[in-house]
Design a protein around this ligand. Sequence first.
Ligand code: SUA
Ligand code: ZN
Length: 263
Amino acid sequence: SACSSRFVRSQLHPMWQEPLEMPGGERQSPIDISLQKSVFDPNLKPLVTQYDPRTCQQVWNNGYSFLVEYDDTTDKSTLRGGPLEDQFRLCQFHFHWGENNTWGSEHTVDRHLYPAELHLVHWNADKYALFEEAIMEENGLAVIGVFLKVGKRHEGLQKLVDALPAVRHKDSVVEFTKFDPSCLLPESMNEYWTYAGSLTTPPLTEAVTWIILKQAIEVSHEQLAVFRSLLFTSAEEEVQKSMVNNFRVQQPLKGRTIRSSFS
Ligand SMILES: NS(=O)(=O)c1ccc(NC(=S)OCCc2ccsc2)cc1
Ligand SMILES: [Zn+2]
């Protein structure tokens, strides 16, 4: 059952030694999205993304995940609308996944586990000058979460999958350009949940407006297997560790409201 796998999951946290909790954390992520607890908010607007593939720069294995990084020195790739008051700039996207197709996502929906989850990370460029500043501020970041499920091969993702062997080890980087992350978004962008949360990796700061899309995207088993061929460890280390189960344990809701854009 999910709870036993949750127990198993809690054992599977190679990358973060204790203490995992952010001291005094009132709005930590990830969480379970309970449909019963979420509240329909008719004032939530459609999400507006405008991504320019020319701002795509590189893929980097940072030892937690692999990140596709964008030039965020101008307002060329942006997110606004939804629950957001300001315009946010895309700085990177990355994924979290499991060692098999049973688990891997950070968020769950009524405890349903997905094999992986995509995070598109944006920062509030109306209020702050740099990502590094925004990451410390309450309304500094907006992350779109997209669930991945196993099905047909995702043609748009394949260009990225083909680049992954070049960043097998931690700290490796490869040039990666002209990639439009819109191809990773599901058709329906107007059905989502949103709540106030945190980064799910250190520094775990409580700066994130989370926007979790209801519709999952489909990727093939073979594409997920390439994610699992990456390593947490750098080329110099003797013992190589597979980059799998790079998700955080779920955190208490602590009275927060999860709003949905659909009833
Ligand atoms: N998983 S997450 O989207 O909450 C998220 C986003 C950005 C960051 N930013 C920084 S500085 O983290 C550095 C390590 C990292 C980056 C992506 S996954 C882990 C961390 C976590
Ligand atoms: Zn993430």
